[in-house]
Ligand binder design. Sequence first.
Ligand SMILES: [Zn+2]
Length: 332
Amino acid sequence: MPIIEIPKDLVPENSFLDQIPKAPIGRYVHLVVIRETESFSVFQTDGTLNIVKVSAGLQTNNPIIRLAMFKRKQSSPERLTGRELLRQAKVTQNENSKAANYCDYNEQFCTTCPDCVYYGFAIGDSGSEKSKVYVDTAYAITGYDESHQQFSFNALYEKGNMSQHGEVRSSFGEQDHILPQVFFPSVVTIKDVTVNSFAYVLNNVLRTKRYGAQTTRTGRIANHIIGAVFADGEIFSNLKFTQAIHDALGDDKNETPLNPAKVVQTAQAAVPQLLQDDGVNYHLLDGENLLKLLGIIQSTTTDKDKLHLFLQEANTETQEYSVRVIQKASNK
Ligand SMILES: [Zn+2]
């Protein structure tokens, strides 16, 4: 008996595959997420916040500049969360590089653990595995001007004081920060999904609370999961989702900051219409049923023993896949 069982009447038949297929067969679950900053965050490359000029809404075509949260800024912290748990459950280890279950992110991928198999890896010429988890750049609902603030900071001496040997330090820096309560609608897609890969990715999204570059990982983010879409193809983009919410907020979008409950409600209401335009076969799980599904997963992932058992089960699944598909390919 698998540790996580999803009741048959909760999701459509055949929503989850029994094993990870060798070739993609178009079975998707899309987690519809609203990412909300809960402190001053920094998503940047080369010292400046990532921004882009796009249309404000789908109906309102005036351009605005939006903050962007690139793909890896979302997926890397979530991967690291999962990898931490894998080590805790002794599925992988990071101490002895000769051990069979040694796995080091971006250094020495083991090619068999749930992180390597679900999220993919590339090891130079010696092999790669495509990710089964897709994340795309996310955009802030509000414009850049009302979503950021610049701070200057003084560089303190070691003891935390401003002067040393009678000299006051004059060097200071400036850094743009994203304000709290800025919202980034984002879809996390799991392809060729099994119950295990779904629960593994979902757990990472729910648990990850800090995002941003390694050195500036100060940004707290709350992930509100507002829907799970079971589909036979890809659904709407993050940009379209953001623009639809922008339109639907009406005058409420001029509030600073935006009201979190209103954003979540508006996003929930926007999803069915967007799905209708996607031209795929889909089943949307939201409201009560979504809570039920999240509750089932969390009753396992918030219990330490059950969580470890689950991670070991997921590892059995990914190991089997690795032998059947990855190692076969590299032995050719
Ligand atoms: Zn691994």
